[in-house]
Design a protein around this ligand. Structure first.
Ligand SMILES: CC(C)(COP(=O)(O)OP(=O)(O)OC[C@H]1O[C@@H](n2cnc3c(N)ncnc32)[C@H](O)[C@@H]1OP(=O)(O)O)[C@@H](O)C(=O)NCCC(=O)NCCS
Length: 200
């Protein structure tokens, strides 16, 4: 069956949040996030999607079943610790649309759904007048013993979508990894794209 992609915001998005939590727990358990899922954390995190203006959820459906979700919101709606590197660099926060996450069930990857996730969120940000989109990705050590042999980094995928590393733009987030006994702080590298230079 063909995959259907639908884009929605705040009120309509609410129905998809429990499924987004499930997908986040399942997909982010994989390398490189190794997230030890926690429903209490998920509910607190997902709460912002109901209250921040101009959020977007891009949902991939196989029949009635949600198989992937991608999200975004204005950077101004994110916690200060996420905004921090941009504030420190003197950037205008109000120009930046933050791409929060993309989580797609494994068996649906490599069919172009991830590309659509980027296109839909960028179109949304353009319509709202944002100049840039940005996201951050966890930094893992080069010689990471947890890295699976067959792991393919997403750097090339992001490059092909027009994203570049923002050197020195690093934020900190805390979560518990599968081999940890409590939450610890992780560093995440920002990537961004100039939407004005990249018109579809
Ligand atoms: C990130 C993620 C959503 C990407 O999803 P995906 O659907 O596998 O990605 P796509 O199939 O759209 O793109 C992958 C490549 O396959 C190509 N491709 C393969 N089949 C295709 C098809 N039928 N149509 C279009 N493109 C296709 C794409 O062009 C792309 O190649 P490129 O980068 O050289 O252009 C997915 O890997 C995922 O959920 N990963 C785990 C979670 C994660 O790390 N998320 C990112 C941090 S939040």
């Amino acid at each position: 069956m063909a995959i259907r992609i639908t884009t929605c915001t705040n009120a309509e998005a609410a129905a998809f949040l429990p499924r987004l939590a499930e997908l986040r727990i399942a997909v982010f358990r994989e390398y490189p996030y190794l997230y030890e899922g926690n429903m209490a954390y998920e509910m607190e995190y997902l709460h912002s999607f109901l209250h921040v203006r101009d959020v977007v959820l891009v949902v991939a459906l196989d029949g009635d079943r949600v198989v992937g979700v991608s999200t975004g919101m204005p950077l101004s709606g994110q916690p200060l610790l996420v905004q921090q590197p941009w504030v420190t660099a003197g950037e205008s926060i109000s120009d930046i649309f933050y791409l929060s996450e993309s989580v797609l069930q494994k068996e649906y990857r490599g069919q172009g759904i991830g590309v659509r996730f980027f296109e839909e969120r960028e179109n949304w940000a353009r319509q709202l007048g944002f100049a840039h989109t940005a996201f951050c990705a966890v930094i893992r050590p080069q010689d990471d013993p947890w890295r699976p042999r067959d792991y393919v980094p997403l750097d090339a995928f992001w490059h092909h979508r027009g994203y570049r590393r923002k050197e020195g733009y690093i934020c900190q987030m805390s979560w518990q990894m599968v081999y940890e006994t409590e939450e610890t702080e992780k560093s995440l590298q920002f990537w961004s794209k100039d939407l004005l230079l990249d018109k579809p």
